[in-house]
Design a protein around this ligand. Structure first.
Ligand SMILES: Cc1ncc(COP(=O)(O)O)c(C=O)c1O
Length: 358
């Protein structure tokens, strides 16, 4: 059997959720488990958190239905709301909570025949300019929802564009826009994603929405005190399936992107870009083998990659290799591939997920 696998530590997931709660200053925390819990398996993660989580957030109704089908009874928020008006019936039937980010969604609610009022999270575009009502439409949108008789409760929300940039004034500007737009509205508020949970404790919140931090990866490029308390949830590992000794001057892998500069010992690992390992991670990207840090060499292939065993004599055929996890941070691997841990987690495929701490 191919040795590549992703170990998912559900105790670490719970640790990170508790940290989000601790940093939320009494606010409730929706665990963001969209995109299959950022590649960690949404159902297993939801089951592991269900006893303590205030609710879950997913991208769309298909992801929400998967949770209900697995028996998850906690609140589930659809972060992009409806894509088509008839999804409102499923929202009522399954008790989902629904973001309203556009006027057409608001109109769909006004026009729908609903057997029960629904919970709406009304989203403001406070400066990111992706989705959300324009500030000039926010108060009237709020009033229209109240007047529709279709809504049991409204939570006011917005989303930060640059909370991951420490010391960037943009989040403060967004909070000011949000505060002005919600003046006079007696409703709960929700602004903070992971970087804001970790780094912006002063931002008002009744609900926080941590995503990446639940999986133990930092959203910041620089070290940050609270992020240092996170525990990586996923360990991506495989094994050395071939070892070779090469003299100086020999090319390694496709495109000969690495040439041995001295006599070297090379290990071939059963893991490649078809598993989601980033192809743009080049020579020097850290890996751990036989408990020692070493480096990737040359181009990543579809099913294999090469690592430097020259200074790791204890590594041999069958040695376990950590591609990311407790020792090799996913954020460091992502940085070597000019991407972010969000993407390398979400790209994971083909490797079996093996759970512990369930
Ligand atoms: C609206 C919203 N809230 C919260 C999150 C969670 O963000 P993070 O993973 O940075 O915590 C996301 C993720 O993209 C989001 O779109």
């Amino acid at each position: 059997m191919r040795p590549a696998r992703a170990l998912i530590d559900l105790d670490a997931l719970r640790h990170n959720y508790r940290l989000a709660r601790e940093l939320a200053n009494g606010a409730k925390a929706l665990a963001v488990i969209k995109a299959d819990a950022y590649g960690h398996g949404a159902v297993r993660c939801a089951l592991a958190l269900e006893a303590e989580a205030d609710g879950f957030a997913v991208a769309c109704i298909e992801e929400a239905l998967e949770l209900r089908a697995a028996g998850i009874k906690a609140p589930v928020l659809l972060l992009e709301g409806i894509f088509e008006a008839d999804e409102l019936q499923l929202i009522v039937e399954h008790d989902f909570w629904c973001v309203v980010h556009s006027l057409w969604q608001l109109e769909a609610i006004e026009q729908a025949q609903l057997t029960k009022p629904i919970v709406v999270w009304l989203k403001l575009d406070s400066g990111m300019h992706r989705v959300g009502l324009h500030p000039k439409d926010y108060a009237s949108g709020y009033q229209r929802l109240l007047a529709s008789g279709k809504v049991a409760r409204i939570v006011l929300m917005s989303h930060f564009a640059r909370a991951d940039e420490l010391d960037c004034p943009s989040s403060g500007d967004q909070v000011a826009v949000f505060e002005a737009a919600r003046a006079g509205m007696a409703a709960e508020v929700s602004l903070r994603n992971s970087p804001a949970v970790l780094g912006l404790p002063q931002v008002p919140s009744d609900w926080v929405r941590p995503g990446i931090m639940l999986y133990g990866a930092t959203p910041f490029e620089e070290p940050q005190a609270e992020a240092a308390r996170l525990q990586p949830v996923m360990t991506l590992e495989s094994k050395v399936i071939c070892v070779r000794e090469l003299p100086a001057g020999e090319p390694i892998g496709y495109g000969a992107k690495f040439i041995t500069d001295k006599p070297m010992r090379i290990g071939v690992v059963a893991l490649g870009y078809a598993d989601g390992y980033p192809r743009h991670a080049g020579t020097g990207t850290p890996v751990l083998v036989a408990g020692k840090r070493t480096r990737l060499l040359g181009r990543v292939s579809m099913d294999m990659l090469c690592i430097d065993l020259t200074d790791v004599p204890e590594a041999d055929l069958g040695s376990t290799v950590e591609l990311w996890g407790r020792n090799i941070l996913a954020s460091d691997v992502a940085a070597c591939a000019q991407t972010i841990p969000y993407q390398i987690f979400c790209n994971l495929r083909r490797v079996p997920l093996v759970y512990s701490g369930g």
